[in-house]
Design a protein around this ligand. Structure first.
Ligand SMILES: C[S@@+](CC[C@H](N)C(=O)[O-])C[C@H]1O[C@@H](n2cnc3c(N)ncnc32)[C@H](O)[C@@H]1O
Length: 223
């Protein structure tokens, strides 16, 4: 990656390359080993909120999109049947090891699959949840469309994510970090309207989550 000083020597920065599937796999192959200690703590309160929302639903089949290293898997109540998908084999290997180590019988399957092009049948799940994934996938609206397809009508769709601030210092920092998206493995300046249409934003239940509202929980009913 070009450093800031190299860039100023060689003129203007190259145009931003989007975070495509290849970049996601490369980033999370690097992140897998250190993901839990580095990201586990800061994400824990928001993750608990999302899993609590899932746990309050009736028994049924839950799809966790971008399950990563499976940090949330031990938190689901037994009675739910959970399937996780992820693009990164290294992240999935960690999740599979957790399932075996902790005897997580409620986890039905962990599959290498693209959230934007799932192989599940229509209406195969009662709910789907994507935690810290919307700002990573190349096309978040396509992921949402796929989640809508595989969840039954009337089912629940949940997202936990960091969304760009509307202004102020936080937005300035997010924009400054944006050119490093490929190396980071997510878009720091990811906006809510990159995921939801205006109609969906009006319909969604959006709750700020700790720490300090850095993350938000978004809940949609599958129409
Ligand atoms: C920030 S991590 C979040 C992991 C997990 N949800 C958690 O709460 O810790 C993002 C995850 O999304 C996965 N991911 C990114 N794009 C994906 C896609 N198109 N399909 C499936 N998984 C994807 C990455 O491989 C990574 O494991």
């Amino acid at each position: 990656m070009t450093s800031l000083s190299e860039r100023s020597r060689s003129g203007p920065a190259a145009p931003r390359r989007p975070l495509d599937a290849e970049a996601v796999r490369a980033a999370y192959a690097r992140w897998a080993r250190v993901y839990d200690p580095v990201f586990g703590l800061v994400s824990a309160p928001a993750r608990r909120r999302a899993v609590s929302a899932v746990n309050a639903l009736p028994d049924g089949r839950v799809l966790e999109v971008g399950v990563g290293t499976g940090l949330s898997l031990p938190l689901y109540r037994r009675g739910l049947r959970v399937t996780g998908i992820d693009l990164s084999p290294e992240m999935l290997a960690r999740a599979r090891a957790k399932v075996v180590r902790e005897g997580l019988d409620h986890v039905e399957a962990l599959l290498e699959m693209d959230a934007e092009d799932m192989t599940f049948a229509d209406h195969a799940f009662d709910s789907a949840v994507a935690m810290f994934v919307a700002s990573v996938v190349p096309n978040p609206r396509r992921m949402l469309a796929e989640m809508r397809r595989v969840v039954r009508p009337g089912g629940t769709l949940l997202f936990v994510n960091h969304f760009a601030a509307k202004g102020g210092l936080r937005l300035a920092i997010e924009r400054a970090a944006a050119p490093f998206s490929r190396a980071l493995g997510w878009h720091p300046d990811f906006a809510l309207d990159a995921l939801l249409t205006m109609g969906e934003r009006e319909e969604a239940e959006i709750t700020p989550c700790p720490p300090g509202g850095l993350f938000s929980l978004v809940r949609l009913r599958n129409g």
